[in-house]
Design a protein around this ligand. Structure first.
Ligand SMILES: [Zn+2]
Length: 628
C-alpha cells in the first residue's frame, strides 16, 4: 500500500539546546498532543531494548513492536514502530533541530518533524490522512509553539500550567497545611515556592519532584529545600518515594518505603540484575499527597531520549555497519557501550591532539584503555560484530541533582521525622562511604558519685541534647545512644570533626558554674552497610567497629581521627588553617582482631582555647587490647 509522508517545518525562537528537554521528552509530547496512554505488553524488553506496546484508539486495539529510539542530543531523534494489530503496518518519526532559522533569528532553531506511515488496510488508508495529516499536524504546531515559549523563558519542564487540576478541596488543604508547616518552623520562603510549584506544575512534573533540581532552579540551599520537603511530607502536603536507578539506564521503579527496597534488583529494560547501593541507586523524590493534587500515573511513551538524559547518542547499527555521528560534548568522561556486549569503552572528551574518533565494538568487547576524543567531534561508530548492536554514548558523571538515600538517611531531620523508615529486617544495603563517630562521657561514674544520681542523670540527658543539636547543625545524624555513648554518621569527615570540636567546647564550658563535662570522641570513615536494628536504621561493618575503638584513645579534650579522616582534603585544609588553632599529632595503636597490626591515628587538639581539665590521664596501653 501507498506510504504517506508528512513533513512540517517550524521556525522557533529557542535554541536546540533549550528546546531539547521539552521536545525530546516524548512522554510529555505525546500526552500534550493527545496520544492515548500506552501499556507494555510485557515488562521485559526484547532484543536491543525493543518493546511490545499497545494502546486503544477509538476502541480499536493497536499493538506494535517499538524499535529503540535513536538520537543525537540535541540535534535529532527518531523511532520506528512495526504494528501487529491496528490499521497501520509501520510508522516512522524523525525530528531534526538545526540552529538558526529562516526568519534570520540566529539564536533560534528550525525544527523539522517528519512522519512516514504505511496503512495496513482500508481503515488505515482513510484514517492516516485525517489523524496524522489534519489532527496531529494541528496539535504538533500548537504544542511546539507552547514549548517554544516555555523554553525561551528558561523552563525545562512545563510549569506554566494555567489550569492545574486540584482534587476537591485540595487547594484549601494545601494552603492550610502550608501555613501550619510555616508556623511549626519551616522556611516560609521555600514553603511559598513549593506551594506555587504545586499550584502550577503539570501532572508529569509532579510525579517525580526532585528537591535538588528545584533548589537549583529556586536558588535556595539544597539542605533547606530537602528539609522543608521532609517537613511538608510530615504535614501531609507531599508523599515521599524512593526511586531506584539502574546503573545503566538509570531508570527503575519506585517504592513508598525503604522496607520495599531489596538489595538485588532486576532492570527489565536492560535485562540485568544489580546490587542496590544507597549512594548510587536509590534517590529520594516526592509527589503531592493525593488529597491535594493527583500526579500523572499514565505513560504515553516509554523510551524517548529524555528518559535517559545522560545518554548523548543512541544508535542502532546492523552487523558490520559503520555510522558517523556529530556530537558536541561537555569536557569530561563518557562511556560507549552496546546493550548486548559486556563492558564498555572509556572515553574522555577534551582538547586533544591525539583524538581517536573511530570507536569499534568488537565481538570480544572493548579496549581497556581510555580513549581521548575531541569535544566537537564527528565520531564513527563501527559495529565489527556479527550481530545488530545498539550503541549508547553516555556521560559517566552521576546526576548531581539526586538526593541519594545515603545522604538523606544520614540527616538528623530525616531520622527524627521518619523514624520508622528502615529496611526490611534482614536486608543489608551498602551505603557507600560514611564518617562514623563514637563518643563517650569521660568519668561519668565519678560524676554520678560527686553530684548525685539525679543531677548527674540530668547532665547526661542534657549532654545528649547538646550533641544531637551540634550533630544536626553539621549535617549529621545521631544513630543511637548506648549508655553514655553516642553513635552518629556524617557524609563528610570535616563536618564530623567540626561538630565534635564544637560539642567538646560547649560541654566543657557549661553555664551557671556547673561542672564541665569531657567528651571522648573518635572518627573513622569507610564503606558501611545499612541494616535495621531495633526497628531503626543502623549501620554495621568494619568501619563501624574500628570507629567504636577510637573513642577509647581519647582523653576527653581531643578528637581521635583515623588516617582515612586525616587524609581527606577538607579535613587537611581545616587542620592546616591557622585561624582554627588546631594541632594534630600522630600516634600508633595496636589493634586486636584487625588485619593491620598497628593503626595510624591522629590526636586533634585545640591547645588553649578554654580552661581544660589537665588531670586526665592518657589511657594506658592495657586499654587498647580490651575488647568492646
Ligand atoms: Zn536499566
Amino acid at each position: 500500500m501507498h506510504e504517506f509522508h508528512y513533513r512540517w517545518e517550524f521556525d522557533l525562537k529557542s535554541s536546540p539546546e533549550q528546546l531539547w528537554p521539552l521536545v525530546a521528552d516524548t512522554n510529555r509530547f505525546n500526552r500534550d498532543t493527545g496520544v492515548p496512554s500506552v501499556e507494555m505488553v510485557n515488562l521485559q524488553a526484547g532484543r536491543n531494548a525493543r518493546r511490545l506496546l499497545r494502546l486503544s484508539a477509538f476502541g480499536i486495539p493497536v499493538e506494535w513492536e517499538e524499535q529503540p529510539f535513536e538520537w543525537v542530543r540535541p540535534h535529532r531523534f527518531g523511532v520506528v514502530r512495526r504494528y501487529s494489530k491496528g490499521p497501520i503496518s509501520e510508522l516512522r518519526v524523525r525530528v531534526e533541530l538545526t540552529p538558526g532559522s529562516a526568519g534570520g533569528n540566529s539564536s533560534g532553531c528550525k525544527l523539522v518533524y517528519e512522519v512516514w506511515a504505511k496503512p495496513k488496510n482500508l481503515i488505515g488508508l482513510i484514517a492516516i490522512p485525517i489523524q496524522i495529516g489534519l489532527i496531529s499536524a494541528r496539535s504538533f504546531s500548537h504544542t511546539l509553539s507552547q514549548y517554544d515559549e516555555l523554553a525561551k523563558q528558561g523552563h525545562t519542564m512545563s510549569s506554566g500550567n494555567k489550569n492545574a487540576q486540584f482534587v476537591h478541596g485540595g487547594r484549601e488543604r494545601l494552603l492550610n497545611l502550608s501555613q501550619r508547616a510555616v508556623a511549626q518552623g519551616s522556611n516560609d520562603e521555600i514553603v511559598a515556592l513549593l506551594v506555587d510549584y504545586l499550584e502550577n506544575a503539570d501532572e508529569l512534573a509532579l510525579a517525580r519532584i526532585r528537591p535538588y533540581e528545584l533548589a537549583r532552579k529556586w536558588d535556595q540551599p539544597r539542605r533547606a529545600v530537602l528539609e522543608t520537603f521532609l517537613c511538608a511530607t510530615r504535614a501531609g502536603i507531599l508523599d515521599l518515594q524512593w526511586s531506584l536507578m539502574c546503573p545503566l539506564c538509570r531508570g527503575g521503579g519506585s517504592t513508598e518505603s525503604l522496607k520495599e527496597v531489596a538489595s538485588q534488583v532486576h532492570c527489565p529494560g536492560c535485562n540485568i540484575d544489580f546490587k542496590v547501593n544507597f549512594e548510587q541507586s536509590v534517590e529520594l523524590t516526592f509527589r503531592p499527597n493525593p488529597s491535594i493534587r493527583e500526579a500523572e500515573r499514565e505513560i504515553f511513551c516509554i523510551g524517548g531520549p529524555q528518559v535517559m538524559p545522560h545518554v548523548m547518542a543512541q544508535q542502532l547499527l546492523p552487523a558490520g555497519q559503520s555510522r558517523s555521528v556529530n556530537v558536541t560534548l561537555e569536557p569530561g568522561r563518557y562511556r560507549l557501550r552496546t546493550v548486548s556486549l559486556p563492558g564498555w569503552q572509556h572515553l574522555i572528551a577534551g582538547e586533544t591532539d591525539e583524538a581517536n574518533n573511530r570507536l569499534r565494538a568488537m565481538p570480544d568487547g572493548w579496549s581497556s584503555a581510555e580513549i581521548a576524543i575531541t569535544r566537537d567531534a564527528e565520531l564513527i561508530f563501527d559495529n565489527a560484530t556479527d550481530d545488530e548492536q545498539l550503541f549508547i554514548l553516555e556521560r559517566t558523571a552521576w546526576n548531581d541533582d539526586a538526593a541519594t538515600a545515603a545522604e538523606v538517611t544520614a540527616l538528623q531531620m530525616f531520622r527524627d521525622l521518619f523514624a520508622t523508615e528502615a529496611l526490611r529486617p534482614g536486608e543489608q544495603i551498602s551505603v557507600g562511604t560514611l564518617t562514623v563517630l563514637f563518643t563517650d562521657l569521660k568519668n561519668s561514674t565519678r560524676l554520678y558519685r560527686e553530684i548525685g544520681d539525679a543531677t548527674a542523670f540530668g547532665r547526661v540527658m542534657n549532654h545528649f541534647d547538646v550533641l544531637k543539636q551540634v550533630i544536626a547543625e553539621h549535617n549529621g545524624a545521631m544513630v543511637k545512644t548506648i549508655g553514655d555513648a553516642v553513635m552518629a554518621v556524617f557524609r563528610q569527615p570535616a563536618w564530623a570533626l567540626k561538630a565534635m570540636l564544637d560539642a567538646q567546647r560547649d560541654l566543657a564550658r557549661p553555664p551557671d558554674s556547673m561542672q564541665p563535662l569531657h567528651l571522648k570522641a573518635g572518627l573513622h570513615m569507610g564503606p558501611c552497610i545499612a541494616v535495621t536494628l531495633n526497628d531503626r536504621l543502623d549501620y554495621f561493618g568494619s568501619t563501624v567497629n574500628m570507629a567504636a575503638r577510637l573513642e577509647g584513645q581519647s582523653t576527653g579534650d581531643d578528637v581521635i581521627i583515623s588516617s582515612a579522616i586525616y587524609n581527606d582534603p577538607a579535613v587537611r585544609d581545616f587542620l592546616n588553617d591557622p585561624a582554627n588553632g588546631l594541632s594534630a599529632s600522630r600516634f600508633e595503636m595496636p589493634l586486636k582482631g584487625f588485619d593491620e597490626e598497628r593503626f595510624s591515628l591522629w590526636r586533634v587538639t585545640e591547645p588553649h582555647p578554654f580552661e581544660r581539665n589537665r588531670n586526665v590521664e592518657m589511657p594506658g596501653e592495657t586499654d587498647l587490647f580490651a575488647d568492646g
